[in-house]
Ligand binder design. Structure first.
Ligand code: TRP
Length: 336
């Protein structure tokens, strides 16, 4: 029926190590909700991952681990197209063509490129600079209308739009110009447990600052017990004056589905020790079934390989249509 076709939505996560509960709350959990409403395409972005140094064995392990985690979190490979980016050569191929409409000036101005260049000064490579063009290729190949992105990727999405418009202007209508998608009620930005003024990150040199999806129960509880709060005693949501406590409340609410006021009432008159323990236990309880399912999937190599192969095949079928169109538009000889 006309008008009932679902809009397509693309997103990806890099298999570059641990996935934190911040990544889960901010991204993966929303991917699960979105699969009902949209035609979703999700990738494990291994081509992006090698723009910084990766240990090859770890990259392989993390790629499989992220696939298993996606599924364990509830992404259904029957409902979505779930695949590994490097299995679909069209990503690298389209990135090459898009490079010819991307300017070095705009790429070198990207905030993430500048940050990563400073952080990996010994390995500032062309891939790091070209990263947003590859990301544009990811999105444009699937003619995605929507791309859920966090604040740190907004600039890259803007560039994707610019490249799409520029290409369309030069060669005629080819790409859907995508919009960013901010899921309802997903304002939750999870901060470091060690320094609530900074975003939770797996690259934090203090491992107590972040909780990963693989942390065992004792580790999770220990990290929450050590979380930095303040010298007050009241459990109240006030990010400006009580960033640590507010962050813990955000985590608690994200995993319980409760509202902040309800959570505040629940902890009224109870000390921080009690509160932190409750948050830690809640998170550990929520992670346990996901970890068990991930382990079960990783033990079922035949199933995972099948999902990965089918995902690549489905992605390839969509991607090659766009790539053929692009090759035709730019004038590559395709036979008479
Ligand atoms: N760069 C994104 C990140 O690190 C991952 C990514 C790769 C992506 N390709 C994408 C996200 C396309 C959205 C759309 O978070």
């Amino acid at each position: 029926m006309e008008g009932t076709e679902k809009k397509s939505l693309f997103s990806a996560v890099q298999p570059s190590g641990a996935v934190t509960i911040g990544n889960y709350i901010g991204a993966i959990r929303n991917f699960v909700k979105l699969q009902e409403e949209y035609s979703c395409i999700y990738a494990v972005a291994d081509l992006h991952a090698i723009t910084v140094k990766q240990e090859p064995a770890a990259l392989r392990r993390n790629t499989l681990g992220l696939m298993a985690l996606f599924i364990a979190c509830g992404i259904d490979p029957e409902k979505c197209v779930l695949f590994v980016q490097s299995h679909v050569p069209a990503h690298a191929e389209l990135a090459w063509v898009l490079n010819t409409v991307a300017y070095p000036g705009e790429l070198s101005r990207m905030t993430q490129f500048k940050d990563k260049s400073a952080k990996h000064a010994e390995n500032v490579n062309m891939g790091l600079m070209d990263y947003p063009v590859l990301m544009a290729a990811d999105i444009l190949l699937y003619q995605a209308a929507l791309v859920p992105v966090g604040a740190d990727q907004k600039q890259h999405l803007e560039l994707t739009r610019d490249l799409a418009i520029r290409f369309n202007n030069r060669y005629g209508d080819t790409f859907t110009v995508p919009d960013g998608y901010i899921p309802k009620g997903s304002g939750a930005r999870i901060m470091s447990l060690a320094d609530p003024s900074r975003k939770m990150s797996k690259s934090d040199e203090n491992p107590n600052g972040f909780v990963t999806m693989d942390d065992d129960r004792d580790t999770v509880i220990r990290k929450f017990k050590r979380a930095v709060t303040d010298s007050d005693t009241e459990v109240r949501f006030d990010p400006e004056h009580k960033p640590g406590v507010s962050n813990l409340l955000t985590v608690y609410c994200a995993f319980t589905g409760k509202g902040t006021e309800e959570a505040e009432r629940e902890f009224a008159g109870r000390g921080y020790g009690d509160f932190k323990l409750a948050v830690g236990e809640t998170v550990a309880d929520a992670l346990a079934p996901v970890q068990a399912e991930k382990a079960r999937l990783l033990a079922d190599k035949a199933y995972l390989s099948d999902v990965i192969a089918k995902g690549a095949d489905r992605a390839f079928r969509i991607a090659r249509k766009t790539l053929s169109k692009v090759y035709r538009k730019v004038g590559f000889y395709r036979g008479e």
